[in-house]
Design a protein around this ligand. Structure first.
Ligand SMILES: *Cc1c(COP(=O)(O)O)cnc(C)c1O
Length: 433
């Protein structure tokens, strides 16, 4: 990448001093400088303009710098960017809570605002544990999760990520051991043989007196493998949790706010989890904010025990600027024809990416809602494909064998074409080389 001296020195400094997600330091790979964003376009430090295929990891569902959201953020900055939430409250938090309670599955009535997805999952796990402690059921301390899952990078969440490919097996000795059910059979539209459900039931049957909660990502397993599974599994998991007196934590941090074609992926199975986590697209990708919702029954029970309060409270809890941004993003989403946008993106991804399945070296192509995944047979082509896609005008960030895209819902048709074209060209050239 050709850079002017100013940018070259910035990148050199970055490589020597700054950690990036899952990076080494000093960093052998030069990160790519970005100077501006607009809609679904990124301007890079070398002057290139490319189409964004990642929505900054599921988050920027309206593209970047949307004027409505920018205005809401400016208004909030001028009034009250931040105030502590201990003993105080404000309209952005209250208005956002109203929306989340109204939009999420029936029965979720309580909201806890956290700073990031991982922290939201920590709080969800803590709520589940404290729920049982409050009732004196102190043996219910284990978490059950499903393989190929991903729930975050902090310690309690690492323990419920896939134990092998969940990026955290390094820490197995210090993590609290969790139970794992096999991953659901792959395929959203399949008629499964239900062996996966039977395996889940076997574990619940055997261990339910020790299990506090089941954690899962509804319908789409994200960073643990970009796998889609059928609503029948999710529905069965809900029923089994009720039957065996185990709480269900639905992690909608990646799937929430329309990505799969439903506002929340739980709607595919028409279920209400006991606890739900939201993050990523909550602010339309503009600021970090996450939320944990739970039922009245959970909060009432938890608060009956000692000490009678939920033992968590981040410094920047319910940051007003982030809450105002989330309100603007949600209102914008609901006022837009988002279902049509997602159906159009889904159709386009199916038409353009499915044919890649015929290529030697491509294991599978799958599409659900505004998510397209090309799974390769080999894991080491990612950097090459990323570079080739950039040359062809699109930013994607492959992960192992997975080349995937989740564009903004309002991406213009021409840019969506440029994106899928770049993905195709990059995969074809890298597989043939
Ligand atoms: C990204 C993600 C998280 C973690 O969120 P952070 O904001 O990165 O801490 C947790 N669960 C799922 C399903 C995610 O996709």
């Amino acid at each position: 990448m050709q850079l002017d001296p100013h940018w070259q020195s910035l990148i050199d400094y970055d490589q020597r001093h700054i950690w990036h997600p899952y990076s080494a330091s000093p960093n052998p790979t030069a990160p790519i400088g970005v100077t501006a964003t607009q809609g679904s376009r990124l301007t890079l430090a070398n002057g290139w303009q490319v189409v964004d295929g990642m929505s900054s990891w599921w988050a920027a569902i309206h593209g970047y710098n949307h004027p409505t959201i920018m205005q809401a953020m400016k208004n909030q900055i001028d009034t009250m960017p931040h105030i502590m939430f201990g003993g105080l409250t404000h309209e952005p938090a209250i208005e956002l809570a109203k929306r989340l309670i109204a939009l999420t599955p029936d029965g979720l009535e309580k909201v806890f605002f956290a700073d990031s997805g991982s922290v939201a999952m920590e709080v969800a796990i803590k709520i589940a544990l404290q729920y049982w402690i409050s009732q004196g059921k102190t043996q219910k301390t284990q978490m059950l999760s499903i393989r190929q899952g991903y729930h975050g990078d902090t310690f309690a969440t690492m323990a419920v990520c896939d134990p092998i490919n969940g990026m955290h097996h390094l820490f197995n000795e210090v993590l609290r051991p969790s139970l794992f059910a096999p991953a659901p059979q792959m395929g959203f539209g399949i008629d499964g043989d239900n062996q996966d459900i039977a395996e889940l039931e076997k574990i619940l049957q055997q261990h339910h007196p020790q299990i506090a909660a089941l954690t899962l990502e509804p319908i789409v397993q994200g960073a643990g493998g970009m796998r889609f599974y059928r609503p029948a599994y999710l529905k069965a998991a809900r029923e089994l949790c009720t039957q065996y007196n185990v709480l269900m934590i639905a992690d909608e941090i990646a799937t929430g706010f329309g990505r799969t074609g439903k506002l929340f992926a739980c709607e595919w199975a028409k279920i209400t989890p006991d606890i739900m986590t939201l993050g990523k697209a909550l602010t339309g990708g503009n600021l970090t904010l996450a939320a944990v919702l739970c039922t009245d029954q959970i909060s009432d029970t938890l608060c009956l025990g000692k000490p009678g309060v939920l033992m968590h409270g981040p410094t920047f809890m319910a940051n007003p600027l982030a809450c105002a941004t989330a309100i603007a993003s949600i209102d914008l989403l609901l006022a837009s024809p988002w279902q049509t946008h997602i159906a159009d993106i889904e159709q386009h991804l199916l038409t353009e990416l499915m044919p890649l399945q015929a290529l030697d070296g491509v294991a599978e192509v799958r599409v659900l809602g505004a998510i397209g995944v090309v799974e390769l047979e080999k894991t080491d082509l990612g950097p090459k494909i990323q570079a080739a896609a950039l040359e062809a005008g699109a930013w994607v960030r492959p992960f192992g064998k997975l080349i995937y895209t989740m564009p903004a819902f309002n991406i213009p048709a021409g840019e969506l074409h440029q994106l899928t074209n770049a993905i195709k060209v990059a995969i074809q050239s890298s597989l043939c080389a």
